[in-house]
Design a protein around this ligand. Structure first.
Ligand SMILES: Nc1ncnc2c1ncn2[C@@H]1O[C@H](COP(=O)(O)OP(=O)(O)OP(=O)(O)O)[C@@H](O)[C@H]1O
Ligand SMILES: [Mg+2]
Length: 314
């Protein structure tokens, strides 16, 4: 099966500075790819090249098997794009804008009316349909942007920080919408909200200084965290210091950190799962366990490790 998005050795230079540096990756139908990286890493620049708004310095982008530079119209028809910020026609109303965009996208008559009605209801734009866009709140402007991106039901969606500026309820709504649409599309979202990656993405890429530094499922990336399989153990204030002294003596434990006078964080040797062994040890030693759980790993920790060493651009 051909990937819906195929990117090979993509580079972009602005003067002397190389802001996208040899990116190669694919996105298949059914995938929601989280595109992560610090400010200035090159996410928006990459998205602009993928959607044909910016010409690559070198490398290729194919959408549905067609080159975006050689067949720009055919490729762009298959794409819905939410750019960063809200570059919308400020003096139009959402109703007029959606009608205009639907026309450009080739929708006509009843199909057009139906698609607009569907999107307006899914993105809950009904109350602001006839208000000028420049008078809308930031979140509503973002929602209008999202509405125009999905209007023609494209196979490929490129969403640059789709939940930026949305209130918590709307963030949830947009995440659900992305999940609902995922099965028959290839979706790329950039985001700085790492919980969002765990919630909606089937895969994540991390870039730093324009270079790919990680590619995997959120679980695979979390497994690279030092907190992966770490065990949090809460005991009584008397027993916690005894356990803190005893635990590092065991060869299956790498180290033990005291979080407060009752809670220990136990790092297993080699990242293995040791929660059962810790529970067993607590029984043998007669420790009264008030709480014990195993951590999955923290994506923000992995993000920091991978992008700090690469050094973030301003
Ligand atoms: N037209 C341009 N001319 C010169 N430099 C540019 C241009 N567009 C972007 N850059 C630079 O390219 C780098 C990458 O910018 P980009 O907007 O792609 O980052 P980003 O990963 O989207 O960051 P953020 O998380 O802040 O949105 C930055 O250093 C930026 O200043
Ligand atoms: Mg950006």
């Amino acid at each position: 099966m051909t990937a819906l998005i195929e990117i090979q050795h993509l580079c972009k230079r602005f003067g002397a500075s190389k802001v996208v540096d040899d990116l190669t990756f694919q996105v298949d139908r059914g995938e929601v790819l989280g595109f992560l990286g610090p400010n200035g890493a090159g996410k928006s620049t990459t998205m602009k090249m993928v959607t044909g708004f910016l010409t690559p310095t070198s490398g290729t982008v194919c959408i549905g098997g067609q080159s975006i530079t050689e067949k720009p119209l055919q490729s762009r028809r298959q794409i819905g794009y939410l750019p960063e910020g809200a570059p919308l026609y400020a003096d139009m109303t959402p109703a007029a804008l959606l009608d205009f965009v639907a026309g450009i996208r080739g929708l006509r008559g009843e199909t057009k009316r139906q698609r607009i009605a569907d999107v307006v209801s899914r993105i809950q734009l009904g109350d602001v349909l006839n208000q000028r866009i420049d008078t809308l709140s930031k979140g509503f402007k973002r929602r209008v942007g999202l509405a125009q991106a999905i209007l023609h039901d494209p196979q490929v969606l490129i969403l640059d920080e789709p939940t930026d500026g949305l209130d918590p309820n709307q963030k949830q709504e947009v995440r659900s919408l992305i999940q609902e649409m995922a099965s028959d599309k290839a979706i790329v979202i950039s985001t700085h909200i790492l919980e969002e990656v765990e919630a909606v993405c089937s895969r994540a890429l991390i870039i730093a200084n324009g270079k790919l530094v990680a590619d995997g499922t959120p679980q695979e990336l979390e497994a690279r965290s030092r907190y992966h399989n770490a065990v949090s153990l809460q005991l009584s204030a008397e027993q916690a210091p005894l356990a803190a002294a005893r635990l590092p003596q065991l060869d299956w434990i790498d180290s033990c950190q005291t979080l407060d006078n009752r809670t220990l964080l136990i790092f297993p040797e080699g990242g293995q799962s040791v929660i059962r062994a810790v529970a067993q040890l607590a029984t043998t030693e007669g420790w009264q366990v008030e709480q014990i759980y195993q951590q999955g790993g923290k994506l923000d920790d992995v993000f920091r490790d991978l992008t700090d060493t690469a050094g973030a651009r301003s």
